[in-house]
Design a protein around this ligand. Structure first.
Ligand code: ME8
Length: 483
């Protein structure tokens, strides 16, 4: 059985989950559900990043111990994902013992390979991003990524010989052109590496809230080195072989593409692991020209939106509003339009209309599969396999629209006998197939459609027009318009 391992970033514990986090987790959930639908042995990981200077500072501000602080916040994330119907297989926290053991072991492997040496770090540090920044990269003396204040550091450290992996990384990208997706992002990384890779400071003597560095107890492991290893520690490594490794997809925002496509593969090569198969880079939600972020204070709460619309409306919006690699806007107006025009009208009406017509029909639903030619199943599959969830949903929507058009054109309300049966057969079978293909995006809606059709949710191989041996019964409309 093919396996599929997909991960999300593990989020910092400095606030509640916001729309950007929900976006990343939902896209990963769509991919995981798609691979389960195909019958792949799927493992889907998310979790929380709980160490580091930023978290320690935030805990002090809240008057809590760091552990109390992260326990509380991590639980918020876990609950939020439950509400959004996220089907993660595990939830890793970097303060767990299993993770600490994995980090220490991983660092020892890097050390055994001669890749760690002692030195001094003198330069800049952005605490909100937890990144070391060379002087040459500062923009107006501020962090080039988030534009915030940086502080000067001069401290003892242990370095990871990242520079040693420069050629190996370039070779890996050229042999695996789909390693960074969308592909167009690869050149950005390659150009930066060609400017010369510097060794990475990988321990901090001044930070207490972290995992102790195994070769000097006065240091903790740099939070990013600690965090990246979560993708292995959640697989039970080093206690057992990491069965799902290498990861098929690390889904990350563009803000952390460098860590995932350069530092992490180099760390893996150093410790003797294969690099992940791909890093899928998504864009950001932008508010008035700025990235939506907790520390900028311009965030939207995804859970509030699901109270007003529905979980599935938000999930649909995430995939449908803009292509995965692009940045996008969020406004309630946009969500409302998607909900009213596409969910309530296109999809909701289709199901309601078909089942209303079918309810009045007595006899066996049978006919010629006329509508099947509008189902672009292979295109849909290829797009999903390429992680192009945006185009796949577009493809599926063409079928939903074609089904609505089929009803308008055949006018079942004017038909009788065999012709009526044929029109209804095609419409009902279209609804059944839609319920299957929509399930990675809107799992609750898929179930509701299945219930009205009187059939459990099918699998991918059931997406063919076949004999009807179920009894549809109309239920409540699937979506409510919000005015
Ligand atoms: O970087 N739009 O955690 P983090 C879309 N702990 N997505 C957004 C977003 C926005 N405006 N803002 C955040 C960290 N995200 C590290 C990760 S992984 C080993 C460690 C999403 O809490 C996006 O996926 O800052 C981004 O990469 C991630 O949240 C960063 O979350």
């Amino acid at each position: 059985m093919p396996k599929f391992y997909v991960t999300t970033p593990i989020f910092y514990m400095n606030g509640k989950p916001h729309l950007g986090h929900a976006y990343a987790v939902t896209i990963a959930d769509v991919l995981a559900r798609w691979h389960r639908l195909k019958g792949d042995d799927t493992f889907f990981l998310t979790g929380t990043d709980e160490h580091g200077e930023k978290v320690e500072k935030k805990a002090i501000e809240e008057g809590l111990s760091p552990q109390e602080h992260v326990d509380r916040l991590s639980e918020n994330f876990r609950q939020a994902w439950k509400k959004l119907n996220i089907s993660n297989s595990d939830f890793i926290r970097t303060t767990e013992k299993r993770h600490e053991d994995a980090v220490k072991h991983f660092v020892k492997l890097m050390h055994d390979n001669g890749d760690i040496y002692e030195g001094v770090y003198e330069g800049w540090y952005c605490t909100p991003d937890e990144t070391f920044i060379p002087e040459s990269q500062l923009i107006d003396g501020k962090c080039p990524e988030c534009g915030r204040e940086v502080k000067k550091l001069k401290e003892a450290t242990y370095y990871f010989r990242l520079s040693r992996y420069q050629d190996k990384l370039l070779e890996y990208y050229s042999e695996n052109p789909d390693f960074i997706l969308p592909r167009k992002r690869t050149s950005e990384i390659v150009n930066r590496i060609k400017e010369g890779l510097k060794d990475l400071s990988m321990t901090r003597p001044s930070v207490r809230w972290g995992i102790q560095f195994p070769f000097n107890e006065k240091h903790t492991v740099y939070v990013w080195v600690d965090a990246l290893i979560n993708y292995l520690s959640a697989l039970g490594w080093p206690g057992s072989e990491p069965k799902y490794w290498p990861a098929d997809v690390h889904l990350v925002g563009k803000d952390i593409m460098w860590f995932h496509s350069v530092i992490w593969p180099a760390m893996l090569m150093s410790a003797g692991f294969k690099p992940p198969k791909s890093v899928l880079v998504h864009g950001h939600y932008i508010v008035e020209g700025k990235k939506m972020s907790k520390s900028l204070g311009n965030v939207t709460d995804p859970l509030e939106l699901t109270d007003k619309y529905s979980v599935d409306a938000l999930r649909y919006f995430f995939v449908r509003e803009f292509p995965l690699g692009d940045d996008g806007d969020f406004s309630e107006q946009l969500l409302k339009a998607r909900n009213n025009n596409e969910l309530a009208s296109d999809l909701g009406n289709l199901i309601y209309r078909v089942l209303t017509l079918t309810e009045k029909f007595e006899g066996k639903l049978e006919g010629r599969p006329e509508l099947e030619k509008s189902l672009e199943l292979q295109t849909f599959q290829d797009e999903m396999d390429r992680c192009d969830t945006y185009r796949a949903l577009e493809t599926l929507w063409r079928f939903i629209k074609a089904s609505n058009k089929y009803i308008n054109d055949t006018k079942p309300w004017e038909l009788k006998g065999e012709e009526l049966s044929n029109a209804l057969y095609n419409s009902v079978e279209a609804c059944r197939i839609i319920s299957i293909l929509i399930s990675p995006f809107m799992p609750e809606t898929a179930e509701k459609i299945g219930k009205q059709l009187g059939i459990p949710l099918g699998r991918l191989e059931d997406c063919r027009f076949s004999e009807i041996n179920y009894l549809p019964k109309k239920g409540a409309p699937l979506f409510t318009r919000v005015d």
